[in-house]
Design a protein around this ligand. Structure first.
Ligand code: SAM
Length: 276
């Protein structure tokens, strides 16, 4: 929505270099991931996992940023379930932001949830714009964790909270051969890092009460079920939606992912902190 708010202008930039780069989350990827994870969800766990990430937050009257909102299912879930003042979904890709904006209108939530698309890099919001920054499995795409957390800290108000889930690794050394195979199969612009790198980047930015919770054991089991569903009951309907080659490619990706989930090198993690 480009409604004249200073922080909505990012969507009006039609000619920045990102426009010439094919989106990673294009219509086919969105259709595939939503078939697996539910409408509007481009990451695993559905509403239950979101509730776990936000369990300690009081949203009442708060202004919230959903960083890397994707097709907006979680942004709209938060807008519907909690008494927040406003939630802004930000993403760098146009197809997901267009879909999220359309769904906010369809679901009668456009007065409390709006979506902004902008280039990767510093967020297009003034300092101290938000009480809460939430993110689900999106920061994995940002390699420079130090710059990322400095910017998240900038847009939070004093006493503002950060609560996220993200895809981390168990170490910051060279990826194992199994991890390399997985990352190549995934083919996305991942910049994975360890919990200690996240914690260090957050503390360097000025966050306190920094805390991480490794969710590997949970996703390890869930991913196994996802793979079984993809090979079994989901195969035919999803192949009809996106083509069997696309499903086959993702069965390869999920199989490679299971190896690094089983070894513990791939560790989905919850990340929390507060701006004093
Ligand atoms: C795995 S999807 C998760 C989307 C959503 N949070 C969810 O859980 O359904 C990752 C999202 O991060 C977005 N993304 C990639 N780079 C980003 C960046 N630098 N800043 C914000 N979002 C980014 C992608 O476009 C994509 O929509």
């Amino acid at each position: 929505m480009t409604d004249g708010n200073p922080d909505s202008t990012a969507t009006a930039h039609s000619a920045h270099p990102q426009d010439e780069v094919a989106p990673e989350y294009d219509d086919t990827a969105i259709r595939f991931l939503e078939a697996l994870w539910g409408e509007g969800f481009l990451s695993p766990g559905g509403p239950d996992e979101v509730r776990r990430v936000v369990a300690d937050l009081d949203f009442s009257g708060k202004r919230v940023l959903d960083l890397g909102c994707g097709s907006g299912g979680i942004t709209l879930f938060l807008a519907r379930e909690y008494e927040l003042a406003e939630i802004v979904g930000f993403d760098v890709e146009q197809p997901v932001v267009d879909l999220a904006t359309e769904r906010a209108a369809q679901q009668g939530l456009a007065d409390r949830a709006r979506f902004v698309r902008g280039a990767p890099g510093p967020l297009p919001f003034p300092a101290e714009s938000f009480d809460i920054v939430f993110s689900k499995d999106a920061l994995v795409h940002v390699a420079d964790k130090e710059a990322l957390f400095a910017d998240i800290h900038r847009v939070l108000r004093p006493a503002g909270l950060f609560a996220a889930s993200d895809w981390l690794t168990s170490h910051d050394g060279e990826p194992s051969e199994a991890m390399r195979v997985y990352l190549e199969a995934e083919g996305l612009s991942f910049g994975m890092a360890s919990a200690s790198r996240y914690e260090g980047a957050m503390k360097q930015a000025g966050f306190v009460n920094v805390r991480t919770v490794n969710r590997n054991a949970w996703y390890r089991g869930v991913a196994q079920l996802e793979l079984e569903r993809l090979k079994g009951p989901l195969y035919q309907p999803v192949a009809e939606a996106v083509g069997s080659d696309y499903v086959d490619k993702n069965i390869t990706t999920w199989s490679a992912m299971q190896v690094v989930l089983d070894s513990g090198e791939h560790c989905p993690t919850h990340v929390f902190g507060m701006k004093p």
